[in-house]
Write a protein that binds this ligand. Structure first.
Ligand code: DCP
Ligand code: MG
Length: 366
């Protein structure tokens, strides 16, 4: 197993902030400290819980629960609206802390990231020491706590970071991975959603050890492409590299219309949904783009793209939608019926060489 050759072992850290939004609220408003805090909407609203402080979690309050339900579980909880600007600022600061140690940082959301510290900038060498140092910096400089997982690949590091929350530091070295994976419940496996977990349980597959009893071809027969991934991951093999966002060149989404159409209202509706998806993805990766591209596939599968570029990068759904509508109008599709629409944002970074204008580029699919 190439993953296990000590000379080739990577050092991966996964860092995840503890009760992120709620901890920022408790930090900024001392009167909230030590109290059950629910970040989301107000109890009588239709809002959902984004997160809850550890004090509120003792009452069973969880992310994605309705605020009404949270109120029933703990009527004395303090309900607050999210302050995304504050969370975003903290997110920037934690990334700055990470960047002292490595440039190989892959943020997964505002509050978590993978770091590859196989070679660290300060020459510390020990991934555990680096994780400690990062946690200390977050505590001392930002007054917040994070949990970290340290291992030789992304998957094990991520599961490890969740094992001793809050303020945890968990190292799972190569010699412990086998036993660790065998004990792990299937719902903790990367990519196993609720539906797959239920299917596995119905087949008496409850842990990594059960999963390991199936051959690769059996897993592929049961779970398709994912089966191949489960086969590797349960054996502790995860070669996915830590990818820094600088490698991300574009973020987009597309969708096929229920029926081929040339009606503006129907196309506008779909573009609205796609814009929202793209905006969410950009927000998740903290990216803003300068170029917006609209992709139109016609009923005969002919494909065209239209782009516009701006001096200032953006990522708001409304702006993306407005630009997509302008591009759709410019495309003058007339009576041709459209089968699929897609929107992509690109040109995230100022230091990249300017690309040739992509306007009126015409592509055909073969
Ligand atoms: N979040 C959200 N809606 C969800 C889940 C999370 O808005 N369904 C937001 C609020 C969280 C932040 O993302 O504070 C980070 O998500 P985590 O899953 O890491 O949860 P927490 O950081 O809140 O708690 P934990 O200590 O378990 O990591
Ligand atoms: Mg978190």
């Amino acid at each position: 197993m190439s993953d296990q050759n000590p000379a080739l072992l990577r050092k991966i850290i996964h860092v995840d902030m503890d009760a992120f939004y709620a901890s920022v609220e408790q930090r900024d408003f001392p009167e909230y400290r030590g109290k059950p805090i629910v970040v989301g909407g107000k109890p009588d609203s239709r809002g959902v819980v984004a997160t809850a402080s550890y004090e509120a979690r003792q009452y069973g309050i969880k992310s994605a629960m309705s605020c009404n339900k949270a109120y029933q579980l703990c009527p004395t909880a303090i309900f607050v609206y999210p302050r995304f600007d504050a969370y975003s600022a903290v997110s920037k600061s934690i990334r700055e802390i990470f960047s002292r140690y490595t440039d190989l940082i892959e943020p997964l959301s505002l509050d978590e990231a993978y770091l590859d510290v196989t070679e660290d900038k300060l020459g510390i060498g020990s991934a555990i020491d680096i994780a400690k140092s990062i946690k200390d910096a977050i505590k001392n400089e930002l007054n917040l706590t994070a949990s970290a997982g340290v291992s030789i690949n992304k998957f094990v590091a991520k599961v490890a970071s969740d094992m001793n929350k809050p303020d945890g530091l968990t190292f799972i070295g190569p010699s412990k991975i086998k036993a660790f994976m065998e004990k792990l419940p299937v719902e903790k496996f990367f990519g196993v959603g609720k539906v797959t977990a239920a299917r596995m349980k119905a087949m008496q597959i409850n842990t990594g050890a059960d999963l390991k009893n199936l051959s690769e071809s059996q897993l592929i027969a049961q779970f398709g492409k994912s089966g191949k991934f489960y086969y590797k991951i349960v054996r502790g093999i995860d070669d996915r590299p830590v990818r820094s966002n600088r490698e991300t060149k574009s973020v987009g989404a597309e969708d096929t219309l229920a029926e081929d159409t040339n009606e503006d209202a129907v196309m506008h509706d779909l573009l609205k949904q796609i814009s929202e998806t793209v905006a969410k993805r950009l927000e998740k990766h903290q990216l803003k783009g300068k170029t917006v591209t609209l992709k139109i596939k016609f009923e005969d599968f002919k494909l065209i793209t239209r782009s516009r570029s701006f001096p200032i990068p953006f990522n708001h759904a409304e702006k993306i939608y407005n630009e997509a509508i302008i591009l759709l109008n410019e495309a003058k599709i007339g009576t041709s019926k459209v089968r699929l629409l897609g929107i992509t944002l690109s040109r995230f970074y100022d230091d990249l060489p300017l690309e040739k204008p992509e306007d009126n580029q015409l592509e055909f699919e073969f």
